[in-house]
Design a binder for this molecule. Sequence first.
Ligand SMILES: *[C@@H]1O[C@H](CO)[C@@H](O)[C@H](O)[C@H]1NC(C)=O
Ligand SMILES: *[C@@H]1O[C@H](CO)[C@@H](O)[C@H](O)[C@H]1NC(C)=O
Ligand SMILES: *[C@@H]1O[C@H](CO)[C@@H](O)[C@H](O)[C@H]1NC(C)=O
Ligand SMILES: *[C@@H]1O[C@H](CO)[C@@H](O)[C@H](O)[C@H]1NC(C)=O
Ligand SMILES: *[C@@H]1O[C@H](CO)[C@@H](O)[C@H](O)[C@H]1NC(C)=O
Ligand SMILES: *[C@@H]1O[C@H](CO)[C@@H](O)[C@H](O)[C@H]1NC(C)=O
Ligand SMILES: *[C@@H]1O[C@H](CO)[C@@H](O)[C@H](O)[C@H]1NC(C)=O
Ligand SMILES: *[C@@H]1O[C@H](CO)[C@@H](O)[C@H](O)[C@H]1NC(C)=O
Length: 247
Amino acid sequence: MSCYFPLGTMLWVLCILQFMLHMAGGCAIEERIALMRIRSLLVEANSEVPASWGLSDDCCSWERVRCNNSTRVSGLNLDSVYVYQTCVRDPCWNLNLTIFSSFHELQQLDLSWNSALLQNFDGLEGLTKLRYLNLSGNSLVENNILESLGPNLFGTQRHLQFLDLSNNFSGSLPNWMFTNEAPLLYLGLAHNSLVGSLDHLMWQQQSNLQKINISMNYFTGQLPMDISSVFPNLTVLDPSYNNISGH
Ligand SMILES: *[C@@H]1O[C@H](CO)[C@@H](O)[C@H](O)[C@H]1NC(C)=O
Ligand SMILES: *[C@@H]1O[C@H](CO)[C@@H](O)[C@H](O)[C@H]1NC(C)=O
Ligand SMILES: *[C@@H]1O[C@H](CO)[C@@H](O)[C@H](O)[C@H]1NC(C)=O
Ligand SMILES: *[C@@H]1O[C@H](CO)[C@@H](O)[C@H](O)[C@H]1NC(C)=O
Ligand SMILES: *[C@@H]1O[C@H](CO)[C@@H](O)[C@H](O)[C@H]1NC(C)=O
Ligand SMILES: *[C@@H]1O[C@H](CO)[C@@H](O)[C@H](O)[C@H]1NC(C)=O
Ligand SMILES: *[C@@H]1O[C@H](CO)[C@@H](O)[C@H](O)[C@H]1NC(C)=O
Ligand SMILES: *[C@@H]1O[C@H](CO)[C@@H](O)[C@H](O)[C@H]1NC(C)=O
């Protein structure tokens, strides 16, 4: 876009209009800034970066970024985005989740398989439209991520349906997870170091959950006799590699 200042006020107005139209076609500025910040965090961690990020102003056209019909980012597919060249200390990528608070319309966030140390889970609190959250293949600073997730689910994140926290998380299953108000359809907790008994948790009727994977943890206790009365919509339950008994 070129603007010729000396040609008069009329052209100036046209120039500003053109500029505004140009902005309207792109993504929101605060979202572009947040994405460029993620890009520089990757650079600082000696990682490769998505090639198209920063090439144009319209971050809706960048790879791994999806926008809704207006100009806001609705999906970020950042799985395995951290591809390091050199990594001497583990974890090599520390990611403060507060960086995602700029994406007010975000519905899908996939951060899986980045071996990152995720900090500040509260940073996701403002994402009220979030439906899909995949943090598997990372670690979290908080000792019991599942406890701190509860207030989010019941507070602001009422739309969260797919939650995948497989790999490298620790703690025990909190009560909120199997209550009727939780909107979850899919719960992935495989390959963690989760402990505790399932006995008291699995007796409340929970009609939303369709798929639960708690494979490869240290859970103990009994599965309910009649699972389908507890989880009427359940199609898949994988309790393998635990210390659980029952049919
Ligand atoms: C897209 O984002 C706009 C602006 O934030 C919002 O008003 C609208 O509801 C969103 N549309 C969809 C389809 O999510
Ligand atoms: C965007 O608009 C098109 C055409 O109106 C519609 O088919 C599509 O479903 C919309 N996408 C979203 C994400 O709302
Ligand atoms: C994450 O970022 C926020 C905002 O910049 C800051 O207040 C917070 O202390 C940071 N948390 C960590 C663990 O670095
Ligand atoms: C999981 O933790 C182990 C040991 O702490 C570490 O070696 C491994 O890289 C971690 N895996 C991921 C995917 O973060
Ligand atoms: C989360 O990501 C992992 C690895 O990318 C994938 O295997 C898994 O299916 C994802 N979970 C969901 C619920 O989509
Ligand atoms: C549960 O997760 C484990 C580990 O990721 C995987 O091997 C297994 O196939 C999953 N089970 C189902 C039923 O998807
Ligand atoms: C359970 O599944 C049935 C049939 O697919 C569906 O009509 C119903 O809405 C589901 N219940 C809940 C609470 O999701
Ligand atoms: C499995 O549970 C049984 C019965 O509760 C207990 O005796 C046993 O020590 C447990 N095994 C492991 C490996 O935790």
